[in-house]
Design a protein around this ligand. Sequence first.
Ligand code: FMN
Length: 188
Amino acid sequence: MKALVIFGSRYGCTLEIAQRIADIIDGEGIETHLVNLKDTKKKNWPMINAYDGVVIGSGIQISQWVKESKKYLKEIADELKKGKIKYALFVSSAYSSVDSGKAKELYIDKFIEKMGLPPPVISAAFAGVLDFSEDSNLGKIKKEALKAAAKGMTNEKKELEFDYQGCNDLRDWDSIEKFAHEFVDLLK
Ligand SMILES: Cc1cc2nc3c(=O)[nH]c(=O)nc-3n(C[C@H](O)[C@H](O)[C@H](O)COP(=O)(O)O)c2cc1C
C-alpha cells in the first residue's frame, strides 16, 4: 500500500503538519511519499494513480488556498471522481482557533463544492501559526495584516489571547495525529 502527503505552505506551518502526518502514516507500515508542491516543478508533480491514498494540505491566506495545492487538486479531480483513491484534505488557518467547524465549512466544504470535487474520506481545519516575532517569515505588511485579523478574532472569542511580539503556535498536535491515524484506518 502506498500513500502520498502533498501540500502547499507559504510560511512553513502546513509543511510541519504535513511532515507529522506523513511520519504517522509511514509508521503504520504504509510506504509514504511527502511532496512540497512549492519546491517541486509542475512536470515532476506525482501521478496520483500510483497511490492508494492521498492527503492534500494547504495554508490559508486571505481565505485562499495556496495556488499550487489548488492546481494539483484540479489536475487530479477526474481521478478522484473515479472513487478508487481515498483522499483527505486539511488546511491550517488562524480562524480554526476561533471555530474549527466554521473554518472547515469556509475553507474546505465550500472549496470542495466550488471545485466540483467528490467528498474526501476525512477533512480538517487545523489551527496554524501566527508569528509576530523578529524571526518570523512574514514581511512587515503581512505581519500587520495578520495582526489586524488576530485582533478581529479576539473580539469574536474573548478567551483568545495573542502575543503580538512573539510566535503563537496554535497547532494541536494530538488532533493532527488523530487525523493521520483515522486516515490510516480508512485506508486499510
Ligand atoms: C497575510 C496573512 C493572511 C492570512 N489570512 C488568513 C485568513 O483569511 N483566514 C485564516 O483563518 N487565517 C489566515 N492567516 C493565517 C494563516 O492561515 C496561518 O498563519 C497558517 O498557519 C499559515 O500556514 P502556512 O505557513 O503553511 O502558509 C493569514 C496569515 C497571513 C500572514
